[in-house]
Design a protein around this ligand. Structure first.
Ligand SMILES: [Zn+2]
Length: 468
């Protein structure tokens, strides 16, 4: 399995620290509002990578944090006249609903910054003791960037160039010794949440949070650290500086970053009016369609979101779901149970697509090619199945398709047992009405179902239904 490592800018063979186990940390959202579709991209792609590593037999410990103390959270709390924790808890709960809608599995652990303050104070103290940080008279603690010689190794920036870019920037009231130094701990302002510390009543800087939560739940050195490419600099660069200076060992062996998400070829922003929450998109399409759309591109490529592309994603996903539905129907209505010799050949022929899927995912989690392999499998299934096939072949092909879909976090059999039962009962009633020549009732049932997005189709094998 190969991973493109931002640190070396090369695809590298993945070698875990401990055979068979993966320790992975993914930077999570700051919770002050409903998450937007830009937040959804790392959630979906790294959840898919996690699922794939598990499919490959790895035991994955997946940690993803919620940043629950931040200027934006505090501002919103002040606007509403409530505690900052009320805002963050509310939007953590909402974020979890969106994750469920996109079938993003909960992390093994979802740490929250405000619950780990003790560890942060400890790490900041250690950095001061080792000469990598200093406090100033207002109680702010800064990281002494130039004391960490490898600074810039992840973003491939040269510290002297950075220095030049910062030379003229002097923020009034800041007491730091060098423009490159960044905040580890800052004093509270009026009305802000704060914690006691050796330096002042205050709160941690954003970067130290991830260094501490990663250390606490995964140890000093982890296998993979991931996030959006906008986090490479300064967030991840600073995490490396903090963790490696404090712990004295390499922080993460592999760094993975997903590309930007644009809307209609423009950067997503509230001022441009092209800002979408996951909630809005899931209501208009579904979390599954959004997930399929996100996986249709390579995670490192920029991805353009548009209504046309979402419609196309919906149609593509529907083709796969229809193939699954057909197999279920064929299984239920099969006249023979066991596979014939010829059918065994057909099943063996489907192995090729699972191999292609695996090769694509092994190549730096190429979900675009992996989905293409699923499509080839669908085509193979459609051209090799008739209403004469055995139940065993229908079931086996279904299972193969379902396994690959599941690695992508895409649900082949919609969780709709109750709905299925209700639809079946209505179809039964409609058949009875037609037998009784009550065509008005039969048509009414058909129209009612259509209004709910269920299209009935009278075929030679009986009545089938699918979503429209
Ligand atoms: Zn982070």
């Amino acid at each position: 399995m190969k991973i493109f490592n931002t640190l070396t800018r090369r695809k590298e063979e993945f070698v875990p620290i401990e055979p068979g186990k993966v320790k992975m940390y993914v930077c999570g959202p700051t919770v002050y509002n409903l998450i937007h579709i830009g937040n959804a991209r790392p959630m979906i792609v790294f959840d898919t990578f996690r699922r794939y590593m598990e499919y490959r037999g790895y035991q994955v410990t997946y940690v993803s944090n919620f940043t629950d103390v931040d200027d934006k959270i505090i501002r919103k709390a002040n606007e509403e006249g409530v505690d900052a924790s009320e805002i963050s808890e509310r939007y953590i709960a909402e974020c979890k609903k969106d994750m469920e809608a996109m079938n993003v599995r909960p992390a093994s652990i979802h740490p929250q910054a405000t619950r780990e303050i003790g560890d942060m104070i400890q790490m900041v103290s250690a950095l001061i003791d080792k000469g990598y940080a200093y406090s100033v008279e207002d109680g702010t603690v800064y990281y002494k960037t130039k004391a960490f010689a490898p600074y810039g190794k992840l973003s491939h920036k040269n510290i002297d160039d950075l220095e030049g870019g910062h030379r003229d920037i002097k923020v009034a009231g800041e007491l730091k010794k060098d423009p490159l130094d960044f905040v580890l701990w800052k004093p509270k302002k009026e009305g802000e949440p704060y914690w006691e510390s050796p330096w002042c009543q205050g709160r941690p800087g954003w970067h130290i949070e991830c260094s501490c939560m990663s250390k606490r739940y995964l140890g000093d050195t982890i296998d993979i650290h991931a996030g959006g490419e906008d986090l490479i600099f300064p967030h991840h660069e600073n995490e490396i500086a903090q963790s490696e200076a404090a712990n004295g060992v390499e922080f993460a062996h592999y760094w993975m970053h997903n590309g930007f998400l644009n809307i209609d070829n423009r950067k997503m922003s509230k001022s441009l009016g092209n800002f979408f929450t996951v909630r809005e998109i899931c209501q208009k399409y579904s979390g599954q369609v959004l997930r399929f759309f996100m996986l249709s591109a390579h995670y490192r490529s920029p991805l353009n979101f548009s209504a046309d592309l979402m419609e196309a994603a919906e149609a593509s996903l529907d083709r796969i779901l229809t193939a699954g539905e057909n197999l279920r129907f064929l299984s239920q209505n099969a006249k023979t149970d066991r596979m014939s010799e010829e059918e065994k050949q057909i099943l063996a022929g489907s192995d090729l697509y699972a191999k292609k899927f695996k090769a694509a995912m092994d190549d730096d989690c190429n979900t675009a090619d992996a989905l293409a392999a699923i499509f080839e499998l669908v085509k193979y299934i459609n051209s090799n199945t008739t209403d004469q096939i055995s139940r065993e072949l229908a079931d086996q092909l279904y299972e193969r398709l379902d396994t690959l879909m599941d690695v992508c976090g895409l649900i082949l059999e919609q969780k709709q047992d109750n709905l299925d039962a209700e639809i079946s009962a209505l179809i039964e009633e409609r058949q009875q009405a037609r037998k009784n020549r009550d065509f008005a009732r039969a048509d009414q049932i058909r129209d009612d179902l259509l209004a709910r997005g269920i299209l009935l189709e009278d075929t030679r094998e009986g009545v089938k239904w699918h979503r429209v």
